[in-house]
Write a protein that binds this ligand. Structure first.
Ligand code: EPZ
Length: 428
């Protein structure tokens, strides 16, 4: 088992380069199933989620060659079966994308019910609604979702809620369907635009990605291409907040500032200086961190994936802040861990009231999911004393070389092995 040991109090100063976007990469790796020619993907983040997606494809018969840790050649022509291996797929939310891509290619798919961060109930009813609309039937047998269609016919899909995964899976199933599919109330995240750009570069006909109406006209086949994945807006935002929390001065490179707008606006409201350049932003602080109120929204609003990180910064702001995150059932599981570090936060339903304190104190804490873990890293960086973070596998699902990147700008963070103790079951 590994943990991060962080000695807080160092100001972060220097430059950090952001990796490719996790939530674009997992969709684009899955999308290669729709093409029977080799694709080369560049700027793929070296994280466990993308590695598992590639491993699933290899187990299904695809050839996977890493020319370096961020460049993968994928050829799925030898995949003959629409069955996704159970053990690997059930750990990740992104495995749901194999439903749409296998359905699009084979008109059938068997995929385990997806796993992923425990943020409360995460159904896939909207994904199934899109598949049904296109002509597929669905059933769940022993934890595996089975979808099947004699033919996929273009249709009008109206999502009842804003869903990133549902939008992506609707695109996957529609790309080679017969005729026109119109996806209404579509999600508009940057990774959806990146996926549409990837598919269109292969010969797909997808218009309107990034708006709430996406039109997909089915095509016969897609050709293999080389494609570079966009930078990760959430990784960038995480390092922006880390720079602010340590009152540092960091240039965060390889970003698309437009994708960071809602993060930049909120940090500026808190007294953080954010300078925007063509492909980088500089974050610095020369005064107190001020309170603010924020509500997470689908893109282009403030992203739910940045909520734990910003809330952590608010724990050391002057004044009382209110954070509302009703996109998921429960995205405040990290609060109990922050309280161990002296944070003063109360959570009621999907609202956190954060009373700023002078500073946090280092403590042993546990990552409960990917972004919660990132928030605890930020807390450890700005706390007095030493913080030990357990269950860091959550963090390493979505942050490439986080301890190297932070150490390079002055953080005292080490990834250490430890023998897990036998935990006693204590009643009560
Ligand atoms: C994607 O999850 C991301 N994951 C999440 O990032 C991100 O938090 C989320 O989008 C919102 O931006 C990946 O891209 C792999 P949703 P997804 O479908 O697609 C409900 C991270 O930290 N819903 O937009 O699962 C759902 O329960 C991860 O990188 C239904 O009810 O999110 C949630 O409450 C965490 N039925 C809300 O919609 C459905 O069929 C938004 O979910 C689908 C979703």
């Amino acid at each position: 088992m590994y943990k991060y040991v962080i000695k807080g109090g160092n100001r972060l100063e220097g430059e950090i380069s952001v990796s490719g976007a996790k939530n674009a990469a997992v969709a684009i790796v899955a999308a290669t199933i729709l093409c029977d020619e080799p694709c080369v993907l560049e700027n793929v983040p070296d994280i466990s989620d993308t590695a598992i997606c590639a491993k699933i494809l290899r187990e299904m018969g695809a050839s996977i060659n890493y020319t370096n840790k961020n460049t993968i050649q994928i050829d799925t022509k030898n995949i003959k079966s629409p069955v996704v291996p159970y053990e690997l797929a059930r750990t990740m939310r992104a495995s749901s994308y194999f439903l749409g891509t296998l359905l699009g290619r084979f008109h059938e798919a068997y995929v385990p019910m997806p796993g992923g961060c425990d943020l409360g109930d995460r159904p896939i009813d909207q994904h199934i609604k899109a598949f049904n609309c296109l002509g597929a039937t669905d059933e769940i047998v022993s934890g595996t979702v089975h979808v099947k269609a004699d033919d996929l016919i273009g249709c009008q899909i109206y999502f009842d809620i804003n869903t990133v995964g549902g939008t992506i899976n609707a695109i996957f199933a529609a790309v080679k369907a017969k005729g026109l599919t119109i996806i209404e109330n579509a999600a508009k995240e940057p990774h959806i635009v990146d996926l549409a750009n990837f598919l269109n570069s292969m010969g797909a006909d997808i218009r309107g990605a990034g708006t709430d109406v996406i039109k997909v006209r089915g095509v016969e086949r897609l050709k293999g291409i080389t494609y570079a994945i966009i930078p990760d807006q959430i990784e960038a935002g995480t390092y922006m907040v880390a720079a602010a929390a340590t009152k540092g001065n960091v240039l965060i490179k390889n970003v698309i500032p437009k994708h960071l707008e809602s993060i930049t606006i909120n940090l500026r409201k808190m007294g953080v200086k954010v300078e925007e350049f063509d492909e980088s932003v500089r974050v610095s602080v020369d005064g107190p961190i001020m309170k603010t109120n924020v509500k997470t929204m689908p893109h282009p609003g403030f992203p739910t994936d940045m909520q734990p990180q910003l809330s952590t910064l608010l724990t050391i702001a002057e004044g009382t802040s209110i954070v509302t995150d009703d996109i998921f059932d429960n995205r405040f599981r990290y609060v109990a861990e922050l309280r161990k570090m002296g944070a003063e936060i109360t959570v009621k339903d999907k609202v956190a009231i954060i009373q700023g304190v002078k500073c946090l104190k280092g403590a042993p804490v546990k990552a409960t999911d990917l972004r919660a873990g990132a928030a605890l890293v930020i807390a450890g960086l700005c706390a007095e004393g030493v913080t030990e973070i357990d269950d860091i596998y959550h963090i390493e699902r979505g942050y490439e070389s986080i301890e190297e990147k932070l150490s390079a700008v002055g953080a005292d963070i080490k990834r250490m092995y430890f023998q897990p103790k036998e935990t006693m079951a204590i009643g009560g």
